[in-house]
Design a protein around this ligand. Structure first.
Ligand code: ZN
Length: 80
């Protein structure tokens, strides 16, 4: 059964099932970029929350680990 847009995305697998890209947002400098949930799931698997996945990311621009992950409204093509 497909998930509706109101389904909360808590885990990386939720984003994969909903085929949603994720925003990675740096709280320190404001740098953000869109990333595939599979990219984050490679480090630690899909059964981690977006918050836990964010804790493993380092900002490309300023090097801060103070990051947030948000689901994007954009779908990925499903090949990831
Ligand atoms: Zn940054």
């Amino acid at each position: 059964m497909p998930r509706g847009p109101s389904q909360p995305i808590v885990y990386l697998v939720d984003a994969l099932e909903a085929r949603r890209m994720l925003w990675l947002f740096c709280m320190a400098c404001g740098h953000s970029h869109r990333t595939h949930p599979h990219t984050l799931a490679r480090r630690g698997g899909g059964l981690q929350t977006l918050e836990q996945a964010a804790g493993k990311c380092r900002c490309r621009r300023c090097g801060s680990r103070d990051a947030m992950v948000f689901p994007s409204r954009m779908n990925f093509d499903g090949r990831g």
